[in-house]
Design a protein. Structure first.
Lengths: 416, 309
């Protein structure tokens, strides 16, 4: 073959090859464990509907992922096409203005929003009314307790959950007869109480004008109940996810835990698999309904392949089969209401001694108030938590602590 | 153009610049640019999630806020100086006699022993902090188990606490972190001082022995003064490193800074202002305030220990 013809031939073959691939679009999906398991499971089903789209999934540890996404939004470089966001960070990202408003054309998600669990949508809505993300799973709050320990103390479930005072009194009984703590940490009570009794459209820490609400009666009572629980000696003073916490379960030292419904999966899989059948799930005490976590998917405004990205987000969040797959495989409670109605929720759960707990969680999901998020929620969480520590550990006066929290938040927030 | 003066014919003219350029390009992109950008940023208010165009000029407001209204900055600066001192002083006070002891008493085993002391320094600080946070666990940690077993010892037993120490309590947090930092860097200082001692001429030490000096007197009157230049260098590094303490307190307090911010250092506070508050402008201002403090401390060290020529 003549000398000059070979490179020309190579270029021609390359060009043909490129032309053949010209229709294929590759989208990058950025997520974090365990949310990425849902995305991975979705790829096969998605490919059947959209064979021309390649999905590349990248996953980073929870805090690293959100820091990386912050950086990517800041510079507009290295943005994924589909971004997974956790409830803890959703306020910040949604307010940033760097995510596509999915209620506008060509997405028009506003018409689909009624198919999603009501309380999860405001979290994804910015203060200007832009729907910046769609919920993909929710965490209805539940109370998990050890039936054998409660039985030994002669405490019934109704007695435990009637009111917060009866909850603390039950805790004292349990401690006296079995030596087990009712709570891993008294601060769990604060976390639930500040969310309880809110109505749709209210914020936890800030009102609609951005004024901090931490000196309200709701916070005072939350701090007071927490202090009562600590002083009654019914909490183990351990933080969630530490080795003391999981050991507490293993050594039968913690009788109950309030957390998202997904905790049953963790308890069964790695924390205390040997206690199968000894647990039961109840609604949170005193008629409280709260959500623990929840995840979202969004499309960045500067993403390269927005159309394909939106198709994938729709598949993850609004496709009944995919929501059910995630539900069955990962116990990720679906945000799509029609997926919640599947017969899967009527199945008994072995770990909970055959209780059909998913029905309970569905009821909880329907009654959780649609709380509004604020971009400074993470700042307020940090400061209120720090002040509560001082109340519990150093005997600080509650009113003073909340006043200090308010001034601390106002200083750090410095609204313009 | 006359081909004999064309640069392509005389590569020697631009070759030096070409060889030196990789460093300058990398330094410019990853060293100089972020430095200058952060000065620029400290005069703006910027929420990074909103994109580059969202920067707003605010002049000195970030600096004034950090100095006047940020009580967590003040607390974190106090913590930083406290831990810098409590972990820094023992690093040197233990390293100097230890280096001398290793130099004079260990023969064949010296390098192995020095290597063992140096190991913590080359191990990842994150890995060390993770392991130590398990060791210091309140109910299941080895440290508390050790202290509990010492309760039965004759003399020390009386000093031991009655129940397991909760190292997360504010009065213990700083000691825990300072210990880990001390443990990590004492080997590095031993290596530095050992190398300095090895440069001391043998006849100086022999002269001291002939004058009747004991081992201790040799150390205090001959070796220590000659270690001063190395001490100046090592202390400068300790000042700069300890005032920027981040990884150990961050991991040991799970990123929170501990109860009552007892373990929060200035670098941790700067990080939380940037990523929790989403306020990169104030975080940059704090970074430059920290720089000025470190520069002042280094200048002070220079006055105390520096060479007078």
């Amino acid at each position: 073959m003549p000398h000059q013809l070979r490179p020309l031939l190579a270029i021609a073959v390359l060009a043909l090859g490129l032309a053949a691939h010209a229709e294929k679009v590759t989208i990058t999906v950025s997520s974090f464990p365990d949310l990425d398991r849902g995305a991975k499971a979705a790829i096969a089903g998605f490919k059947k509907l959209y064979p021309d789209v390649e999905v590349k999934l990248s996953s980073m540890a929870y805090p690293d992922h959100h820091t990386a996404m912050t950086t990517a939004l800041a510079t507009g470089a290295n943005l994924p096409d589909v971004m997974g966001i956790d409830m803890g960070f959703i306020g910040k990202f949604v307010e940033s203005g760097g995510l596509e408003d999915l209620s506008k054309a060509p997405y028009n998600a506003a018409t689909q929003v009624s198919r999603i669990a009501k309380f999860a949508v405001p979290a994804a809505t910015s203060s200007k009314g832009a729907l910046a993300a769609l919920p993909v799973d929710i965490g209805p709050g539940a109370l998990f307790y050890r039936t054998d320990l409660l039985q030994k103390a002669g405490v019934t479930e109704a007695e435990m959950t009637k009111s917060w005072e009866s909850f603390i009194a039950s805790g004292i009984k349990v401690k006296a007869s079995t030596g087990a703590y009712m709570l891993a940490n008294a601060t769990d009570i604060k976390d639930i109480y500040i969310r309880a009794g809110l109505k749709d459209g209210e914020g936890i820490y800030f009102d609609s004008k951005g004024k901090s609400l931490v000196t309200s009666e709701r916070f005072e009572r939350a701090f007071d109940l927490t202090r009562q629980a600590r002083q009654a000696g019914i909490d183990a003073k351990v933080n969630s996810w530490t080795s003391e916490w999981s050991e507490g379960f293993r050594q039968n030292k913690i009788a109950a835990q309030m957390m998202g419904a997904w905790l049953s999966g963790h308890l069964k899989n790695w924390i205390v698999p040997e206690t199968t059948g000894k647990w039961r799930s109840a609604q949170l005490p005193a008629g409280a309904f709260a959500s623990y976590g929840g995840s979202f998917y969004a499309v960045p405004a500067k993403a390269a392949n927005k159309k394909a990205a939106w198709d994938f987000v729709q598949y993850l969040t609004l496709n009944r089969d995919q929501q059910l797959t995630a539900f069955r495989n990962m116990d990720a409670f679906p945000s799509l209401i029609e997926a919640q109605g599947d017969t899967f929720i009527d199945q008994p759960i072995d770990f909970l001694a055959g209780q059909k707990a998913r029905q309970l969680w569905k009821v909880a999901a329907e009654r959780i108030p649609a709380v509004v998020v604020d971009r400074y929620d993470s700042v307020a969480t940090e400061i209120v938590g720090a002040e509560l520590d001082k109340v519990l550990e150093q005997g600080k006066d509650i009113k003073q602590a909340l006043a200090d929290a308010k001034s601390g938040i106002e200083r750090r927030v410095r609204r313009k | 153009m006359n081909s004999s003066t064309s640069p392509w014919r005389h590569p020697r003219k631009w070759a030096p610049y070409l060889f030196v350029s990789p460093f300058f390009i990398l330094f410019g992109a990853f060293g100089l640019f972020p430095l200058v950008f952060s000065i620029y940023l400290s005069f703006h208010s910027w929420d990074p999630a909103a994109g580059l165009l969202a920067m707003e000029w605010v002049g000195f407001e970030n600096y004034l806020y950090a100095l006047q209204s940020d009580d967590w900055l003040r607390a974190s600066l106090y913590n930083t100086f406290w831990m810098a001192l409590v972990s820094g002083l023992p690093q040197h006070l233990v390293a100097m006699p230890l280096a001398y002891f290793l130099h004079s008493s260990f023969g064949r085993w010296r390098n192995a022993v020095v290597g063992t002391y140096f190991l913590p320094f080359i191990t990842s600080s994150v890995a060390i902090s993770l392991v130590f946070s398990t060791l210091f666990s309140r109910d299941f940690g080895i440290v508390n188990a050790l202290l509990a077993s010492l309760k039965n010892a004759p003399l020390v037993g009386a000093l031991m606490p009655a129940s397991n120490i909760d190292w997360a309590q504010p009065q213990y947090t700083k000691w825990m972190i300072s210990f880990v930092v001390f443990w990590r860097y004492v080997g590095w200082n031993v290596v530095l001082y050992l190398s300095a001692i090895q440069t001391i001429p043998k006849d100086v030490l022999e002269a001291a022995v002939m004058d009747g000096a004991s081992s201790w007197q040799k150390f205090v009157h001959v070796v220590l003064p000659l270690l001063k230049p190395m001490a100046f260098f090592a202390v400068t590094l300790t000042i700069i490193g300890n005032l920027q303490l981040f990884e150990e307190p961050f991991i040991l307090t799970n990123g929170t800074g501990g109860i009552d911010q007892a373990g929060k250092t200035a670098a941790m506070h700067m990080y939380s202002v940037a990523f929790t508050d989403g306020d990169f402008g104030t975080a940059s201002a704090i970074a430059w305030l920290l720089f000025m403090l470190i520069a002042a401390a280094t200048w002070l060290n220079n006055r105390l220990l520096g060479q007078r020529d």
